[in-house]
Structures are given as structure tokens and as C-alpha cells.
Ligand binder design. Sequence first.
Ligand code: ZN
Length: 136
Amino acid sequence: MLTKIDHLGIAVSSIEQSLPYYEKVLGLKCEKIETVGSQQVKTAFITIGEVHIELLEPTSPESTIAKFIEKNGGRGGLHHVAYYTDDLEGQLKQAADNGATLLNEKPFDGANNKRVAFLHPKSTGGVLTEFCTDKK
Ligand code: ZN
């Protein structure tokens, strides 16, 4: 079962240049910055209530985030919605059994101590969808 929105992933060209918007204009706080080498991204986590904003900055031109920004006319923007589940494998099976296309058959290590897997946006109404759970 999905129990909450865990975070919204937002692609940015530069975390450093994006943070003043979140910290000064919105008055929120960046809790942590972490690089996820396997995904070629640097992430920043901003907390609001139980939800996080995950800023994603590409660390390589090959990064999917770099390609997303390029496709988006050089601007960042909303990249994915991440739902929290206690049963990641079960949630993936339910999605696949009901016609969703899995981008990842097997969950992998994401940022912020999570195991994550994605559903293809062509099967989710255009929104890249992440399921995540706490690393055991
Ligand atoms: Zn995410």
C-alpha cells in the first residue's frame, strides 16, 4: 500500500543557484545534500511537513536529469512524484499486474537512505512515478 507522498523530485541545473528560492523566498530549510553516483545526480532535500522536495542536479551530461533539462528547453522543472510504501516489491508487482510499465524491475539504492524504483511516464499519465521505501 502507498501511504504518503514522500517527495517531489525537481530537476535543476544548479542546486547552489536554486536553494535561495527555497530557503529565502519560501523560508524552508535544506536538510542534506547528497550525491548519488549510480544516478549521476547531486540531490538536496528540503523538508516541508512530512514531505520533501528533492532537488536533482546532473553531475554528468549523460545523466537522465541533464537530458530532462535539455528536453525542457534548458530549464528544470517537476521531474517525478515519489510515493512511499512499506512493500516496494509488492507495490511494483501490483503496478505491473495492472498494466504499468516498470522502468526498474529491481529496486535500487536512491538518495536519503531509500530503496527506489520507477514507473515509466507513458503508463502513468505522463508523470514519472517513483516508489520508495526505507532501506532495511
Ligand atoms: Zn526521487
